[in-house]
Ligand binder design. Structure first.
Ligand code: HSE
Length: 314
């Protein structure tokens, strides 16, 4: 039986990670949401999943929303409590748009709200990072905006600094029909990289954050270039490097592989413009030539996971 007196509806945003050079560090929330309706359960864990790709998502306590919730329950001293979760997927799974992080974020925020635990946001990010393995998606999925994150003290601390989403920009995502599992996209990364490549990425990641903080969108095209992961992942995403070059040449302020891919995300001026139209055309051509998919316009989201509805005690 479920205690319906303590039910919450939580919405958690999709995210794009890395933003090119900021591998496992940078991420930004997008205006596209997963929803989870959660309540304390006296019947153990009950997880239902609906929406696109639901068939591939685990039910029960191994579900990512449940794992996020369990981390909070344990941290709040209620390790034996359980939740009933109805997760409604909307962000496609395995496309590099943070569907896993959104599920984890929904779980941690829901459990925190249901228990009235009031854990600080940085603790929610740390717990979510433990579940997800790296902070770049979960930080903006919880805090919203654009986050720079760092795992410290062997995982005992996660430092995240949030910036508001850059004004005047929106995202265009080329989302292939094909799935690319993050584990596969990480397995092709080398154990070591040339020092010059590391330096190039440090320069660009720093320029990206400083440029965004200062409103200097003119530096973003160069600042979103990467030498640490995209070149190694290119064989898994046919047409990637040519598409990035074409989008940059069309005048997009920034373009990169979204997270581990296979989606490509371009930053363009918000609203209709010749640049947006040209970039949309390039992204459509890329998808048509490489197995199909959809191009989607996405706003940049200021808000991370939050409770949108709280049921009053019956
Ligand atoms: N930083 C991660 C990666 C994001 O690129 O592998 C995907 O979860």
């Amino acid at each position: 039986m479920v205690d319906l007196g303590r039910a919450v509806l939580v919405r958690a945003p999709a995210t794009t990670a890395n933003l090119g050079p900021g591998f496992d560090a940078l991420g930004m929330a997008l205006d596209w949401y997963e929803e989870a309706e959660c309540a304390l359960s006296t019947d153990g864990w009950v997880v239902r999943v609906s929406g696109p790709g639901a068939g591939a998502v685990p039910r029960g306590p191994d579900n990512l929303a449940a794992r996020g919730a369990r981390a909070v329950l344990a941290a709040a001293g209620r390790p034996h409590a359980a939740l009933r979760i109805a997760l409604r997927l909307s962000v496609p799974v395995g496309r590099g748009l943070g569907s896993s992080a959104a599920a984890v974020a929904a779980g941690v925020v829901a459990a925190d709200a249901l228990l009235g635990a009031g854990l600080p946001p940085e603790e929610l990010v740390r717990l979510a990072t433990e579940v997800e393995g790296h902070p770049d998606n979960v930080a903006p999925a919880i805090l919203g905006g654009l986050c720079a994150s760092c795992v410290a003290a062997g995982g005992a601390r996660v430092l995240s600094v949030r910036l508001p989403p850059p004004p005047g920009l929106e995202a265009l995502a080329a989302i292939p029909d094909a799935v690319l599992r993050t584990a596969v996209a990480r397995s092709v990364l080398p154990a070591a990289v040339p020092f010059a490549d590391a330096v190039a990425n440090v320069q660009r990641a720093c320029l990206l954050v400083a440029g965004l903080a200062a409103g200097r969108t003119d530096v973003l095209a160069e600042a979103t270039c990467d030498r640490l992961h995209q070149p190694y992942r290119a064989p898994l995403v046919p047409g990637l490097l040519g598409c990035l070059d074409a989008v940059r040449a069309a005048g997009a302020p920034g373009v990169f592989l979204s997270g581990a891919g296979p989606s490509i995300l371009a930053l363009v001026p918000a609203g209709p413009s010749p640049v947006r139209a040209a970039v949309e055309g390039i992204l459509h051509d890329h998808l048509r030539a490489h197995g199909g998919g959809a191009v989607r316009r996405l706003g940049l989201a200021a808000r991370g996971a939050h409770v949108v509805e709280r049921r009053a005690p019956a």
